[in-house]
Design a protein around this ligand. Structure first.
Ligand code: ITT
Length: 195
């Protein structure tokens, strides 16, 4: 397993093409003794699976084989209740093709506005494979609001925020309550005790 000298900060590579994830991860990991840097794995294959855990684990194992060092991967998705959890694991594809407004059209004027973001962070060091999952519940708004963040942030208001979207918040405010913030905080707690 990856080991550190006491009091040293560990830097782990996070396999992602999404810079916002790296920013959010580092905010969540403050004080944990872990920081992440982005690493783009050329030719990375994304597993098609029904679960974020499998996708994130597969990416971490693949990343380790490529980099020969301990790595992290994160898979996340947006699950809309009135669409029976769609787009879920297909969120990236739906965001790239339909976009925020296309998804709003699919939801239409459904009275069921419940939605959630889920995140799974996977750590793999050649021996130990661990996953850290978290979610945040809220509602899908009727129109986009705010300009910060990424992806579906403008149309999601977490329950705690009373209709303020993730895109209306600063990255630090979002990360305090978000799926990704919580998953990386869990990783940080585990890393502090085990790495
Ligand atoms: P990598 O796979 O390279 O890490 P990605 O952006 O494709 O980056 P995911 O597959 O994990 O990341 O995420 C799927 C999509 O879900 C993402 O493109 C967004 O549209 C959406 N999403 C995930 N987390 C989000 C968040 O915190 N805020 C807004 N949208 C999010």
């Amino acid at each position: 397993m990856f080991r550190r000298e006491s009091c040293m900060t560990i830097t782990l590579k996070l396999l992602t093409s999404n810079r916002d994830k790296v920013t959010e991860a580092n905010i969540a990991l403050r004080g944990s003794g872990v920081r992440v840097t982005a690493s783009v794995c050329a030719g990375k294959l994304e597993l098609q699976s029904d679960t974020l855990e499998e996708v994130a684990s597969y990416a971490a194992v693949q990343g380790y084989a490529w980099l020969h060092e301990a790595v992290l991967a994160e898979d996340s998705g947006f699950f809309v209740s009135s669409l029976k959890g769609f787009p879920g694991v297909y969120s990236r594809y739906v965001f790239d093709t339909l976009g925020v407004n296309g998804l709003l059209k699919l939801v239409g004027d459904s009275v069921d506005r419940k939605a959630e973001f889920r995140s799974c962070v996977a750590y793999y060091d050649g021996r130990v494979l661990r996953t850290f999952s978290a979610s945040v519940q809220g509602v899908i708004l009727t129109r986009p609001s705010g300009s910060s963040g990424f992806g579906f942030d403008p149309i999601f208001a977490p329950s705690a925020s009373r209709k303020i979207s993730f895109a209306d918040m600063t990255t630090a405010e979002k990360t305090r309550i978000s799926h990704r913030g919580e998953a990386f905080r869990r990783l940080g707690e585990w890393a502090r005790a085990n790495l």
